[in-house]
Design a protein around this ligand. Structure first.
Ligand SMILES: [Zn+2]
Length: 194
């Protein structure tokens, strides 16, 4: 009986150590995404960190005399497809290379911006220098956004999208389509705003 108890105790200790190691492994290597499967819900609003950084971007730009207007946030699959069709099967010029489900906008991870002048008019001119500091406001906004962890479409080489800002959280479009989603509490992945 004593021998049986000792064996049982040994197994308990081994199990306890394994659980401890597993816990330690997860603490040291936190996953920054969740797998929700094929039925993963489609975002109807911005990811909370994107929302937070968007608001910081607007206030930091305002601080240096630039009024940022967010022209697009979450985009439904239907709207994405309509945009993709533009210049292909419908009138107009091509505005995107992303079909439905292939844009970070579809997952609440991207925003588009423009500027506004003192008269409340939208500015799409990327050379515009409304705060008269010798630097184009559009690029100043992009610089702030990049410091906040956004990737800027103006840095793309294949198709420049100067309005576009996205946060991928290390997830590819392919992973998002498969049902992976960024966790909500992953500030350590992109760092705190400077
Ligand atoms: Zn965009």
């Amino acid at each position: 009986m004593k021998r049986f108890f000792n064996i049982l105790l040994s197994w308990f200790i081994i199990a306890f150590l394994l659980i401890g190691l597993f816990y330690l492994y997860n603490v040291l290597n936190p996953k920054h995404y969740l797998y929700l499967g094929e039925d993963a819900p489609i975002s109807t609003e911005l990811h909370p960190i994107v929302e937070e950084r968007k608001n910081i971007l607007i206030s930091e730009a305002r601080h240096i005399g630039i009024e940022v207007i967010i022209t697009e946030e979450v985009r439904t699959m239907e709207r994405q497809q309509a945009l993709y069709d533009q210049g292909r099967t419908s009138d107009g010029s091509i505005v995107t290379y992303a079909e439905a489900g292939e844009s970070y906008h579809n997952y609440g991870l991207a925003i588009d911006y423009a500027l506004e002048n003192n008269h409340g008019e939208l500015i799409w001119n990327i050379e515009y220098d409304g705060n008269n500091n010798g630097k184009a406001d559009w690029f100043e906004v992009a610089d702030i956004a990049k410091q906040l962890g956004f990737t800027w479409g103006g840095d793309w080489t294949h198709f420049k999208d100067y309005s576009h800002l996205e946060m991928t959280f290390g997830l590819s479009i392919e992973q998002l389509k498969q049902g992976y989603r960024p966790k909500e509490e992953i500030k350590d992945v992109i760092g705190e705003p400077k």
